[in-house]
Structure formats: C-alpha cells, structure tokens
Ligand binder design. Structure first.
Ligand code: ATP
Ligand code: MG
Length: 409
C-alpha cells in the first residue's frame, strides 16, 4: 500500500463514521502540480480521541495540537484535527490551539498554495484561500497579511524561499517585501530548523536561484555573520555549476566557496551540523585547489582518491573552475587528473602497510616520533610503487635507519 492509498483509506474510514476528512496541504499542492508528494496528510473534524479509537494502531505524537499518526501496513499517515493557532508570543510556537473547521484550518496555514484540501472520495478540491489561482500564477503568497504571518513564525520566511526554489515559483510582491523587512528575525529560529530548510533550498536543482533569494532577502546575512558581497556572489555562481543532484555537504561547500576556509567553517558552525556533515563540508572547503595539481605524486593521488568524499571534491572543483569562467581551458587540469586516475585501473588505494610498527622495531627503530616518521615515509614509498615486497621494505627501512642515525650523530 502506498502512502497515498493509506491516506485515502484513512479518509474513507473517517468519512464512513460521519466525519469530515480531507487530504491537506503539501500533497494537494503537489497533486495539482502533478508532482510526486513527499507525504500525504489528512485533516479532519474528528478529535484526536476519535482518531485513536477508530484505528487500531496509532501514535499520539502531538495530540495536544490535534495530531495523531495512524499506522497502516508499512506506512503512516498524519491525521490532524482542524485547528486554528493563536498567540504566537515567541515567533516560533503557537501558544494555544483551538479545534475548528476546515476554513479556519486553511487560514492558519502558511501559503495559499499549501492551504488547500482535497476530498479523494468526491474528487473535489476545497480552496478557501485562493491557492489554485496562485498555483496558476506560479507564486508563493502568504495567507493573510505577510507581515503578520512572518511575525507569528519567522521560519515561514525561509519556507517561502524554499517553496519558491523547489517549485520554480516567484514570491508575490508583498510577501517578498515582508521577508526583506523582517529577515533579521530569522536569527530567533533554532539552528536545526534553519539547517533543515537550507538543506531543501541548496539541494534543489534550482539551488542557485534559491541562494540568490537567500542573499537578496537579507536572510543569509542574518543567519551567517558577514555573508554578502563578492564572496557570496561567487557561491551563487558555483551552486549554478554543480551537478543536478548533490548532497547537503557539497551544496554548502558551494554556497561558501567564495570565502576563505576559516571564515566558511565559522559560518557553517552556526548551523550546528552533525559531526559527519561538519567533517564532510570541512574536507571539501579545505581541499579546494588540491585537484588542480594534476601532477601530484602518485602517493598523494592515491591518498586523495581513497577519501570517501573524493567525487564531491572533484565536482566542487569543477564547479568552481567553471564558475570562474575564462573559457574552455579551465577544465584542462581536472581532465588531466581524471586521465591519470583512469590509467590507474583498479589498483589498491590504501593497501595494508608492508611492515608494521613491530616489524620496524625489530629492525632497530625506537618507539617514538622517529618511528612514526619512518612508517609514514615507508608507506609513501609503498604507494609510489618504489617498495613492493616485505623484503624490499626491510631493506628500505634499514637504509633509512642508517641514514638517520648518521644524521643524529
Ligand atoms: P513538503 O512537500 O516539503 O513536505 P509541505 O507543504 O508538505 O512540503 P510540511 O512542512 O510537510 O510542508 O507541512 C505540511 C503543511 O502544514 C504545509 O503544506 C502547510 O499547510 C502547513 N505548515 C507547515 N509548516 C507551517 C508553518 N510554519 N506555518 C503554517 N503552516 C505550516
Ligand atoms: Mg509535507
């Protein structure tokens, strides 16, 4: 059973018990746009208690706000009681909810295109907010006065940019003006939620337009201290040159590509990314330029190729070069590097060292930094192919030790 089928089954069950039940929000928008919806949400006049009674398997995730998850087969459907939100004292969370009807539930939603319902039984769209007209015009417009709606919840400003980016829609004039006027308020939203929206903006194929909106709205500089000017413009150009599908780390590295590594890393920290994402993004930013040295040593080449993020680094460098312009020649170093890589065949990039620390000590090396240096240089010789067997390695290590003893004396 698909998520859509599961949601429709939930609607039928609720309607069968005399309730009003409709598909709601994003899935209606996507259905009308003939896009694949991420999830199918149900809105109903049934109270959370009714929902948990009518379905065998449910999760009470936010019953206080009227939200119950119904488990159907392997899927799950979010079922929310029609509600109106009131009293956003903090610009983030509604203070209280009141259970109401479909029209009022539509009015509390963020944008007209997100405010529609669909009755899959009657096959009928219920549009209380002019969503269909805005879908036709291809614009993102707040429901109600934009100033008020952004003051209630500052995250909506980023959501506007996000939907505009993902759908390729414009942002309606008053909505855009209100974002520009209130962008500074975004700093009151938690890093995690900002990062989630930013990920959706920057991983969209339309990410260059999204990044430009982030900059021109003032949202980017409100989130990242000192984000703007030529450095920010470089980021937009690089984002426009990345492959269609990218992960968040690569997109972030593109976004910050105009900045020095230290400054970019400081900006990234604002987002409180996971350790993995931080490492991944940091690797890409700090290794910019490396792949242009297509004549790097074989050991260096194998080492960088063995990095799990090598392909991302290659894509980033390619985008940086293309964004820099200056004709076809800019890709020559990367093409030469790729040729070298192809010529390597499927050679082992990170072979087991021919000798380990114990072996080296048996040859007379003393534990300490000297041993580390010997092991490292020997491993480079192994990667270069200068040393190919354990016997050769022992010879090489003995010579190394003699040479260094002579220096020490
Ligand atoms: P996606 O396809 O990315 O899931 P979506 O439109 O479904 O987009 P969600 O974040 O899943 O967006 O939220 C579901 C619906 O809830 C939205 O379509 C909108 O009607 C409403 N909504 C979500 N967040 C807000 C918000 N901050 N303020 C007002 N309404 C919101
Ligand atoms: Mg959704």
């Amino acid at each position: 059973m698909t998520n859509r089928e599961a949601a429709i089954r939930v609607v039928r069950t609720l309607q069968g018990k005399g309730h009003e039940a409709l598909l709601a929000g994003g899935c209606v928008r996507d259905m009308l746009l003939r896009r694949r919806a991420k999830d199918y949400d149900v809105a109903t006049d049934a109270r959370p208690g009714d929902v948990t009674r009518l379905f065998r398997r449910t999760l009470k995730v936010g019953a206080k706000f009227g939200v119950v998850i119904v488990l159907m087969g392997a899927g799950q459907v979010e079922v929310a009681t029609f509600r109106s939100d009131s009293g956003y004292a903090d610009g983030r969370h509604p203070g209280a909810v009141e259970f109401t009807n479909a029209a009022e539930d539509a009015a509390r939603r963020d944008f007209t295109i997100n405010g529609m319902f669909y009755d899959p039984v009657k096959r009928e769209v219920l549009d209380y907010v002019g969503g269909r007209a805005d879908l036709k015009k291809r614009v993102v417009r707040t429901i109600g006065r934009a100033e008020d709606r952004f003051a209630e919840d500052h995250l909506r400003m980023m959501r506007a940019v996000r939907f505009s980016t993902q759908l390729g829609f414009g942002i309606e004039r008053a909505t855009w003006a209100a974002i520009r006027g209130n962008a500074a308020g975004i700093s009151r939203i938690s890093a995690e939620r900002i990062a989630m929206e930013l990920e959706l903006i920057l991983t969209s194929p339309n990410r260059a337009a999204g990044a430009l909106m982030m900059i021109e709205s003032g949202l980017a500089s409100s989130i990242f201290d000192g984000f703007g000017g030529r450095e920010a413009d470089v980021g937009v150009c690089v984002l426009g040159r990345l492959p269609k599908r990218v992960d968040f780390a690569l997109a972030l590295a593109g976004f910050f590509a105009g900045f020095e590594t230290e400054s970019a890393a400081r900006k990234c920290r604002v987002l409180k990314l996971s350790r993995n994402l931080t490492r991944h993004t940091g690797f890409l930013l700090s290794n910019r330029g490396k792949l242009l040295r297509y004549d790097m040593s074989l050991a260096e080449l194998k080492t960088v190729l063995a990095e799990p993020y090598f392909e991302d680094l290659y894509d980033l460098e390619k985008a940086i070069q293309r964004a820099g312009g200056r004709g076809r020649g800019v890709l020559v170093p990367l093409m030469k590097l790729r040729k070298r890589i192809n010529a390597l065949g499927d050679v082992e990039l990170r072979p087991k060292p021919l000798l380990n620390g114990h072996d080296l000590m048996r040859l007379g090396a003393v534990a300490g930094p000297g041993l580390g240096q010997l092991a490292e240089e020997l491993y480079v010789a192994q990667l270069e192919g200068a040393v190919q067997t354990a016997g050769q390695a022992r010879l090489w290590a003995r010579e190394w030790l003699e040479k260094h003893r002579a220096i020490d004396k």
